[in-house]
Design a protein around this ligand. Structure first.
Ligand code: CP
Ligand code: NVA
Length: 323
């Protein structure tokens, strides 16, 4: 997608068509809906930067359930709701009765009587599906063990801004086939970004997700490669992306993971194989000296803080559309 063409795409997708929609996985949106959301995010970002207020969510409340830590997701959703004229409420999973065993189904039905939408960050993706099944308000996935859809939308926005297009951009993801990788691969395949994923054996992107991505890629023209060779993935890449080797909830595997991922660090030698104008991306938080060297993440090709900022703009587009 070229930035200039997004208006046309957006005209084809009415904001109202997304009203009430759950956002559990990034591929619940079609390619044109994603293009529409990106266009909306760009517009919301421009308005905010020029000091213009846009407050379509006055009187609306977002409940935010967190079973895991967060800096970016929590703050960007809360600020995003405020900027859109609504308000957000932080709900710690362990302080809710949910943490003492109240069923997700009851929690969903009770919260549906109070708030206009729920953002949830938790472990099992099935729990978010259960919440969505019983709630009659939109449920937004703020990260599960399987997916991180809001991150993927912000990532596409960041690539679009820096490269001026998405179609044909070569994206290399190196490391763990985790929640961030799963969502990134799906978003990229839908939007025509070429993706090469290099993971150690045993840490691949889930087979079913590879298959979905292959189906989307056939329609978008995206080219996919799943390999165990980081150098092959990075060769000529426009974007080099990595994430932590040990995600939240997998801490008990840390030692074993450090060994398995030893050859998968994004460092100065590896990025030498990328295009000289490559972007380095990471969803953050990062572990310098593990998945990436300080020289790369703090170097001139890194756009990690633009990427973090774009969480706000991408999520405002989602909130304005679904709430
Ligand atoms: N990238 C991301 O989701 O960051 P937080 O864990 O800080 O929310
Ligand atoms: N894969 C990481 C992402 C954190 C934002 C995790 O799940 O911990």
């Amino acid at each position: 997608m070229e930035a200039a063409k997004t208006s046309q795409a957006w005209q084809d997708v009415q904001l109202s068509a997304l009203k009430g929609k759950d956002v559990l996985r990034i591929d619940e949106f079609s390619a044109s809906e994603l293009e529409g959301l990106l266009h909306s995010a760009i517009q919301l970002k421009q308005w905010q930067k020029s000091g213009k207020a846009y407050q379509p969510l006055q009187g609306k409340t977002l409940g935010m359930i967190f079973d895991k830590s967060s800096t970016r997701t929590r703050v960007s959703f809360e600020v995003g709701m405020y900027q859109l004229g609504g308000m957000a409420m932080f709900l710690s999973g362990k302080d809710l009765q949910l943490g003492r065993g109240e069923p997700i189904s009851d929690t969903a039905q009770v919260l549906s009587r109070y708030v206009d939408g729920i953002m949830i960050r938790t472990y099992a993706h099935e729990d978010v599906e259960t919440l969505a099944h019983y709630a009659d308000i939109p449920i937004i996935n703020g990260l599960t063990d399987l997916f991180h859809p809001c991150q993927a939308l912000a990532d596409m926005l960041t690539i679009l801004e820096h490269k001026g297009r998405l179609k044909g951009v070569k994206l290399a993801y190196i490391g763990d086939g985790n929640n961030v990788a799963n969502s990134l691969v799906l978003a990229a395949a839908l939007l025509g970004v070429d993706v090469r994923v290099a993971t150690p054996p045993g840490y691949e992107v889930v087979e079913a997700i590879q298959q979905s991505a292959t189906t989307y890629a056939a329609a978008s023209g995206s080219r996919l490669l799943f390999t165990h060779d980081p150098q092959q993935a990075v060769a000529g890449a426009d974007v080099v992306y990595t994430d932590v080797w040990t995600s939240m909830g997998f801490e008990a595997e840390n030692e074993q993971r450090l060994k398995a991922f030893a050859g998968y660090q994004v460092n100065e030698q590896l990025v030498r194989h990328a295009d000289p104008a490559y972007l380095f991306m990471h969803c953050l938080p990062a572990h310098r000296g593990e998945e990436v060297t300080a020289g790369v993440i703090d170097g001139p090709n890194s756009v990690v803080f633009d990427q973090a900022e774009n969480r706000l703009h991408a999520q405002k587009a989602i909130l304005a559309a679904v709430l």
